[in-house]
Design a protein around this ligand. Structure first.
Ligand SMILES: [Zn+2]
Ligand SMILES: [Zn+2]
Length: 369
């Protein structure tokens, strides 16, 4: 295979790509820091800013004694209920004991125990009376509690209303702040991307191409990656829309290139053979040949027993000829004969004084491969 590029050329090209990537890397680092340091313009809003402090304080002051009163009543109520439950339990227990005792007494029929029956029955009555009192006490407490709660409810509702109103306004303010933060960054990154694309269009083939590429990579990264943390809810749309637009631009460029390529090939193939041979660049010809492609029509050239065909079977371009000076069979694209050194295009006679004019004549058709 004959590689058309000179040795250091490939190294230099790799170096240039390295420069492009390094340039992009450092720009990305700087850009990330700048984007993060762009001013927020305002502190994030807090709930306190939107709360009617005076009204809230007034309501809270009103509510505080009511709340403690409610707590006290609830505690008392709980204590009474506990006492009531205990009393009920004691009464049930005592009553059961009394019934058992009376049953044994009827069985034994000891009339001497009558006064004890009366006293025990009275005790049970007393217990019932105490339970009734507790019931009353409990009812009163419940009424008191209901009254306090009725006093609390409207004030609590107003307080809740004030708070939720403030929260709604806070949410709105947060959204506006977010939007502002994003807009500032977009104003920085958007023009950067536009500048990078414009630059790329104009200067990507220039000598400074590594910097053009580096700058484009940086701008793309800044737009599609570094902007992400500041995106508002609809920010994703902006990214996708810009992404879609860029894809369309690249796709259209590709289509235009394909069209131009087809037209160029047609034009070239219509030209006379001599002119075609000359119009094909040396590097391009060698590159194509090393890939087994015709330099004229870019179609593949099957080798026959390792040898290149003399003419392209697709477009008729001459690929190999015999040197006019020494008849060495070689590529038509070489500017000098690899056997006798005669300059291509010079007649056999004019090459007579050449460095290898007296050299051996090689008749063997050696295919350049
Ligand atoms: Zn061809
Ligand atoms: Zn020759």
């Amino acid at each position: 295979m004959i590689s058309p590029s000179r040795g250091p050329e490939r190294l230099v090209r790799a170096g240039q790509w390295l420069v492009a990537l390094l340039f992009a890397y450092f720009l990305i680092q700087v850009g990330g820091a700048v984007i993060a340091d762009l001013p927020l313009l305002s502190k994030p809003p807090t709930l306190e800013q939107f709360l009617d402090r005076a009204a809230v304080n007034g309501l809270e002051n009103d509510l505080r004694p009511l709340e403690s009163r409610r707590q006290a009543l609830a505690d008392q109520l709980q204590a009474v209920e506990q006492r009531q439950a205990d009393g009920r339990e004691a009464y049930d227990r005592d009553k059961a004991a009394f019934e058992t005792w009376r049953a044994t007494r009827s069985a034994t029929a000891q009339s001497a125990q009558n006064p004890e029956v009366i006293s025990r029955a009275r005790q049970l009555d007393l217990q019932l009376e105490r339970q009734r009192q507790r019931s009353e006490e409990r009812q009163q407490l419940q009424q008191g509690l209901a009254g306090v709660e009725a006093a609390i409810a409207p004030k609590q509702r107003r307080l809740d209303g004030l708070r939720s109103q403030a929260e709604r306004r806070l949410a709105g303010a947060r959204q506006r702040t977010e939007l502002r933060v994003f807009a500032i960054r977009l104003l920085f990154v958007g023009p950067l991307l536009a500048l990078a694309l414009w630059q790329f269009r104009r200067f990507r083939r220039g000598e400074q191409w590594p910097f053009v590429w580096g700058f484009l990579l940086f701008a793309l990264f800044a737009f599609f990656v570094e902007l992400v943390p500041y995106l508002p809810p609809f920010g994703a749309y902006i990214r996708y829309v810009v992404g879609a637009l860029l894809t369309v631009v690249v796709g259209r460029a590709l289509i235009a290139w394909l069209k131009a390529y087809g037209q160029r090939l047609q034009r070239e193939q219509a030209a006379p053979a001599e002119q075609r041979q000359r119009s094909i660049r040396y590097e391009k010809a060698l590159q194509a040949i090393s890939r087994n492609q015709c330099p004229g029509c870019d179609r593949s050239l099957p080798r026959h027993e390792g040898a290149l065909p003399d003419y392209c079977m697709h477009c008729g371009l001459q690929l190999q000829h015999d040197c006019p000076s020494c008849s060495h069979h070689t590529l038509t694209f070489f500017p000098y004969c690899p056997s006798c050194g005669a300059a291509a295009g010079s007649a056999a006679g004019s090459a007579a004084g050449g460095p290898a004019a007296d050299g051996a004549v090689s008749d063997g058709a050696v295919a350049a491969s």
